[in-house]
Design a protein around this ligand. Sequence first.
Ligand code: LLP
Length: 415
Amino acid sequence: MIDADFRSLLPPTATATADGITIGGVPLVAVAERFGTPSYVIDEQSLREQIGSFRDALARRWGAGRVHFASKAFPTTAMYRVMAEEGIGVDVAGGGELHLALRAGVRPDVILLHGNAKTDEEISLALEAGVGLVVIDNFDDIDRLERLAPGRQSVLVRVRPDVVAPTHEAMATGHASSKFGLSIPDARRAIERITRSRHLGLEGLHVHIGSQISELAPFTHAVEALADLGEFDTYDLGGGLAARYTYGDHAPSPDEWVETLTEAARRVLPAHARILLEPGRSVVARAGVTLYRVVTVKHGEPTFVAVDGGMGDNLDVSLYGQRFESAVVTRPSGGGPVDLVGRHCESGDRLVEGARLNDPRPGDLIVVAVTGAYCVTMANNYNGARRPPVVFVRDGVATLRQRRETYEDLASRDV
Ligand code: LLP
């Protein structure tokens, strides 16, 4: 049996079988046997359903619009392909993500390029590819595009609305002292310049106030801040909706979030305008889990359960103090509290403090829930860790989408 509160954090296809927790019809023990640990597992059905929730929530409420996946949350070929198949766009935060998206077959016209420091090279790549929109973050972006655009490029101006998002300070981007976007007066000047430009077509405005935001009011304020800048054809209202990581967390649903944004838009933005959204975390977070093998248990106060991964594959705990929940795959009910820690050489390398693990022993398989967003992205080679594979599960079939790094890979860039 899986405790109801842990089940509520797993992908919705999760069930308890004789083998322990099964996701997408595949027992996690089978995934671990075949692909090793640590491994990222993505439940494809849950992922596609969540994409559909955002797409439908917007389509129901607004005539013209599109959801763009903020691909920084999971920038891998398989993920870009799913987005393309589901008919949504993607946003890319630079040349690397752009390259991956194009390579995976995402249509350039549904790609949107971001960045507060886009280089000539990145802008040229985007122009050559024919991306649908470039988001102007600063006046140098305007100069660069004027200089590099062979024809005409549609752009949005990113506005810094002076809204303080209630989230970790590293993830807030809408406040007055943020490095992103232009203040309202500067946005006005940028709009004037772009309107006179021969190479830039001003489509509209962009706003994004931060990430992992679980209150709705700041989103309303951000939309309202756009109203005084004039009437445009397109408004990109950003991402930022929180995911629910722990038993105690609350996160609004995609429907509630989209309702908040479109309610504000109905009041203050032109009715004919196209609305774009760019959620990342909330699209992929719950579709993903990470599997680890227990290496050693050190009994005491507290008891440390150390696994074969850690801050190399999940940096969010040490960077932002993000909390997660976990279970023993074959005994997913009750137990704990113990400290689930990683294998890396610092005390900050914790996965779950006070984890409810039922009698964890060396060799046990551990599942950490809600690791679908940003864990793959922020993975690193600290202590020579090999970045884990990405396995998609669906209808009883597990498919390797990205292999584990090898020790040789660690030397593959040497010259
Ligand atoms: N749009 C823009 C312009 C963004 O900068 C971001 C996220 C998003 C959309 C998507 O936001 P989301 O819906 O995922 O909250 N490194 C951190 C996450 C930082 C997010 C940065 N920007 C982490 O590991 O949790």
